[in-house]
Write a protein that binds this ligand. Structure first.
Ligand SMILES: [Zn+2]
Length: 221
C-alpha cells in the first residue's frame, strides 16, 4: 500500500487512519464534509503536519455538527472527494516538491481557500509518536454511520462461514445472495451486508442495540 484515501465518515476511524499512516510512514489524504463545508489535506509523514497537529484531540461527542444534525450537501461531498482524488494522484505520480496545505471548501457560497499549515513540534502523533487509536482495544462493536441510517457491527470472535449462513438463511431472509466475500440479505425490514471478516452493515436503523440484536440473532456471536 502506497497511499491511504480517507473514505470514512467516522471521527475515531479518521484518527485511527492518521495513527496508522504516520506510524508506517504512508501518505494519506484526509477529507471531511458536514453541511456545505469541507476540508481536505494530504498528510505526508515527515514532510508536513498530520491530522493531530491541526486537531490534537477528538471533540467530545455531541459538540460538533454532524451529517445527522446538520445534514450534508451532496455537491460538497463530490467536491471534496474530487480534490482528495486529485491530491492522491499527485502524490502517487509526482510526490517531490509537494507542499501540504489545508483546503477549505464552501460549496454553498462557492468559496475555496488554501491555508498554509505547519507541523506541531509537540504533536502527540507525528512528534511524540504515540498512537493510541492504533493500539486501543477494540471495545465498541457497533457504530452508527453518519447520515446513512446504517449501523456497522463487528463480529466477536470467529469469522462467519458465509456458505453455511447462506444455507441457514435460505427461506428466512429475502433477496439472499452471495457475491464472493459478501453475503447480502434482507430481514425484519433491514438490508444486511455481511463481510468475510464478520463485519456487517445493517441498513434502516441508527439504533445500535437493535442492530446488535439483529446481528446476534441471524449471524451469531
Ligand atoms: Zn502531527
Amino acid at each position: 500500500m502506497d497511499l491511504v484515501l480517507d473514505g470514512t465518515d467516522n471521527l475515531s476511524t479518521r484518527y485511527l487512519l492518521n495513527d496508522f499512516a504516520v506510524e508506517r510512514g504512508v501518505p494519506w489524504v484526509y477529507g471531511g464534509v458536514v453541511s456545505a463545508h469541507g476540508l481536505v489535506m494530504a498528510v505526508v509523514p515527515g514532510r508536513g503536519p498530520c491530522l493531530r497537529c491541526l486537531f490534537p484531540e477528538m471533540a467530545p461527542p455531541g459538540t460538533l455538527a454532524t451529517c445527522d444534525t446538520a445534514g450534508v450537501l451532496q455537491p460538497a461531498v463530490a467536491a471534496i472527494a474530487a480534490l482528495q482524488a486529485g491530491l492522491a494522484l499527485r502524490l502517487l505520480a509526482a510526490p517531490e516538491g509537494f507542499e501540504p496545505r489545508l483546503l477549505e471548501v464552501d460549496a454553498w457560497d462557492g468559496d475555496v481557500r488554501a491555508l498554509g499549515v505547519e507541523r506541531d513540534p509537540a504533536c502527540p502523533c507525528c512528534a511524540r509518536r504515540e498512537f493510541p487509536f492504533l493500539h486501543a482495544p477494540a471495545t465498541q462493536r457497533a457504530v452508527s454511520l453518519c447520515g446513512r441510517n446504517t449501523v456497522q457491527v463487528r463480529g466477536t470472535r470467529t469469522k462467519p462461514d458465509l456458505e453455511a449462513l447462506e444455507r441457514a438463511l435460505h427461506g428466512i431472509a429475502r433477496a439472499l445472495r452471495r457475491d464472493g466475500a459478501l453475503l447480502r440479505f434482507e430481514i425484519d425490514g433491514h438490508k444486511v451486508t455481511l463481510f468475510a471478516d464478520g463485519r456487517a452493515l445493517i441498513e434502516g436503523t441508527d439504533d445500535l442495540g437493535r442492530a446488535l440484536a439483529l446481528y446476534d440473532r441471524y449471524v451469531g456471536t
